[in-house]
Design a protein around this ligand. Structure first.
Ligand code: ATP
Length: 240
């Protein structure tokens, strides 16, 4: 079956600087791949490139078999790619509802469809339903992350890119986010999730793991075939 995402020998960077070198990686449908690496390894750069926020210096990116390498970010979103960027969670001054409505703009949805999608998110995330008309800035950190993910989901993605969705959250909220990722996978989404420490892998969320170091992919394996030690060794971090 055509994979949800196929990255073929891509290079991405900033101006003259190349930060990701000749990376090839496949995310099959209904599969979660954890992209793990140290600070500055190139994780965010790879996701930003796949989402269309950086120019592809070489190689190609295929979404469900179609080459999207030259398409702008908004067209990729329209084709079913949703990217939840680290930190850039939501627009704090807008209400929760307005943030969700913004998420529906990626794909042309009728007003009725948009309302149905927002209702679905309210059922899925009761704390958001309770605060629907309040400024998003009034939500807790964990709820803001849930809103960022809900905003990505109303785009009806086939591929979800999540950049460190657990960063800065309390451990109990991290567990909630990881449970949500597992649920989305069960529902059929393909997910590429970035993690610094590989906790997604260790908590059994990821099916596959890819380790990136200094812009190069240094390990790809089925999650059940690697240990935390294999991953840290691949990241170039030795035991204390
Ligand atoms: P982190 O865990 O800190 O987010 P990362 O693995 O996501 O790290 P990137 O943010 O992709 O790493 O950074 C990869 C390289 O690209 C680093 O050397 C970084 O300094 C550089 N870089 C990142 N963003 C920019 C930018 N806007 N302009 C220039 N260089 C950048």
């Amino acid at each position: 079956m055509t994979p949800a995402l196929e990255i073929r020998g891509v290079r991405f960077g900033y101006g003259d600087l190349t930060a990701v070198w000749d990376v090839s990686l496949t995310v099959p449908r209904e599969t979660t791949v954890a992209l793990v690496g140290r600070n500055g390894a190139g994780k965010t750069t790879l996701l930003s490139g796949v989402a269309g926020l950086l120019r592809c210096q070489s190689g190609s990116v295929l979404l469900e078999g179609d080459d999207i390498s030259k398409l702008p970010a908004h067209t990729r979103a329209r084709r079913g790619l949703s990217f939840v960027q680290e930190g850039k969670r939501i627009l704090r001054e807008l209400t929760v509802r307005e943030n969700l409505v913004l998420g529906t703009f990626g794909r042309p949805a009728s007003r009725k469809d948009a309302k149905a999608l927002i209702d679905q998110m309210c059922t899925r995330f009761p704390p958001l339903a309770e605060k629907l008309e309040q400024p998003a800035g009034a939500l807790s950190g964990g709820q803001q992350q849930m809103l960022a993910i809900a905003q990505a989901l109303v785009n009806r993605p086939s591929l979800l890119l999540l950049d460190e969705p657990a960063s800065g959250l309390a451990p109990v909220v991290v567990d909630e986010v990881l449970a949500l990722v597992s649920e989305l996978k069960r529902e059929g989404l393909a997910i590429l999730i970035v993690s610094e420490g590989g906790e997604e892998l260790l908590s059994g969320v990821a099916d596959e793991v890819a380790v990136i170091d200094q812009g190069h992919l240094v390990l790809t394996a089925a999650a059940h075939e690697v240990t935390a030690e294999d991953i840290t060794a691949a990241m170039g971090i030795g035991p204390d």
